[in-house]
Design a binder for this molecule. Structure first.
Ligand SMILES: [Zn+2]
Length: 456
């Protein structure tokens, strides 16, 4: 298939969401040189970080030079065998007008340098680095990683590290700042950070997990990135994908999944392609969540988890109206942050409590009879390339924890990707006058007692 847009037409559309936030156009001026650890052929984490970082950088940086050895990818059957070929093809589909080359890097010719893992050589120019293993993501400036690689297939640390790389380089590209040398590490197992990664928690996880029956509401930037991350695993599960929308060129800036050749395709179908090549059983529903709940066999889906990645109109009240099982939500903000929330029925706040401040509506009646008199209208909001992938990573981390029978006390996480990054977690309580306070707990038990995570 041929891509017909001129360079100017394409970048005007592609960079629209990004430029709405940074209030300027990055243009062709910035180039990133990416130097990859030669041990990539034997490391799942290095392969994951490289695939995801190149993918995300290509969504905002128009000139990228990559220095990596030839090797076969051992991540997933979803991707082509040769890693370099896969990345090259993927980047050219993400940005057909991009200038992406694979060669030895002339440091003087790159605006910014990124090392993935240990570059195994001395660099003369300041550089940013990322590294990861299991739940850990490390990053730093002009220092070196001390993470030991493990053979385990955990995508969380690598995905998070790739978001940190893209966010850091992006903020330097729009406003270059003098930064002192540093190293820092996060564990997404418990959201802790430290300059010494050996004090952080990094438990092993199973290589294969049946993530259960999932209803994914929304296949936009966060939802599609989530499905792309699932393709990096050997997990299985049964997934209902619900979204009425089609992919537009503007969507190519902020998701791991969409390329220009997905334009005009239903978002649910693009997402389904990644999952079906793996071990997932997928049904697509190209319709609104409301229409989905009116399907004749809706009650038979009875999911273990609902993932809410949509924010249109009255989605939160519609979900709470059906007396849901555990709901996870993730969203991005215009202030460079992502938010993640968990909503366990009866015990915790609900998804309406979480978005109460955004709902311009009055609830009438109780339980499942609540209707909305008025709701806020959708407007196009800005988004930054690395936010939705980061939000998706937080959701997958929670799903892995749930499958390890671990439920953390905190049910809300806020992470700012504005340099210097900052993370906070808390336990949010029910709102006093929310609809969830009047929904009877015995109905939740009746409906969900047999679902996978209800009694954790
Ligand atoms: Zn509530």
């Amino acid at each position: 298939m041929k891509f017909l847009l001129s360079k100017e037409q394409w970048y005007a559309l592609r960079d629209d969401r990004t430029n709405r936030i940074i209030k300027k156009n990055l243009g062709d001026d910035y180039s990133v040189g990416v130097i990859i650890d030669p041990k990539i052929s034997e490391s799942y984490a290095l392969q994951c970080m490289t695939i995801l970082t190149c993918n995300n950088l290509a969504r905002w940086c128009r000139k990228i030079i990559i220095d990596m050895p030839d090797c076969n990818q051992t991540i997933s059957s979803v991707f082509d065998g040769n890693l370099k070929n896969h990345i090259q093809k993927n980047m050219s589909e993400i940005d057909p007008h991009g200038n992406f080359t694979f060669q030895k890097i002339d440091e003087g010719k790159c605006s910014l340098l990124l090392c993935i893992g240990d570059p195994k050589r001395d660099l003369t120019k300041p550089f940013f680095w990322i590294d990861s293993s299991g739940w850990l993501a490390g990053y730093g400036y002009c220092t070196n990683s001390s993470i030991e690689q493990r053979s385990e297939k955990n995508p969380i640390g690598p995905a998070f590290a790739s978001c940190l790389a893209s966010a850091f380089l992006f903020s330097q590209a729009i406003n270059t700042q003098d930064i002192p040398k540093f190293s820092n590490y996060y564990s997404l197992f418990d959201y802790k950070q430290n300059s010494n990664h050996t004090v952080l928690q990094n438990p092993n996880i199973p290589n294969t997990i049946d993530i259960g029956k999932i209803c994914q509401v929304g296949c936009g930037a966060v939802g599609s990135s989530f499905d792309y991350l699932l393709a990096l695993t050997s997990y299985s599960g049964d997934i209902q994908l619900i979204d009425f929308d089609v992919v537009k060129y503007e969507n190519c800036s902020s998701s791991f999944a969409f390329t220009v050749y997905d334009a005009q395709e239903n978002k649910v179908e693009t997402c389904s392609k990644f999952l079906q090549k793996g071990n997932f059983s997928v049904n697509t529903h190209c319709k609104s969540y409301n229409d989905f709940t009116n399907e004749p066999n809706f009650e038979h889906y009875n999911p273990d988890l609902i993932l809410c990645f949509a924010n249109e109109d009255d989605i939160w009240t519609r979900i709470q109206n059906i007396i849901p099982c555990i709901v996870l939500h993730a969203a991005t903000t215009e202030s460079w942050a992502v938010t993640f929330g968990r909503h366990t029925p009866i015990k915790e706040w609900c998804i309406v409590c979480a978005f109460y401040h955004l709902i311009d509506a009055k609830f009438v009646g109780q339980c499942s009879t609540g209707v909305i008199e008025d709701s806020n209208k959708n407007t196009i909001v800005g988004n930054l390339p690395f936010l939705a992938p980061c939000a998706a990573t937080f959701v997958l981390a929670e799903i892995i924890r749930l499958n390890m029978n671990i439920i953390k006390k905190s049910n809300y996480v806020h992470f700012s990707l504005k340099n210097p990054f900052s993370i906070s977690e808390s336990h949010r309580k029910k709102m006093n006058d929310c609809m969830c306070t009047t929904q009877p707990s015995n109905i939740f038990k009746q409906l969900h007692n047999n679902t996978k995570f209800f009694n954790i």
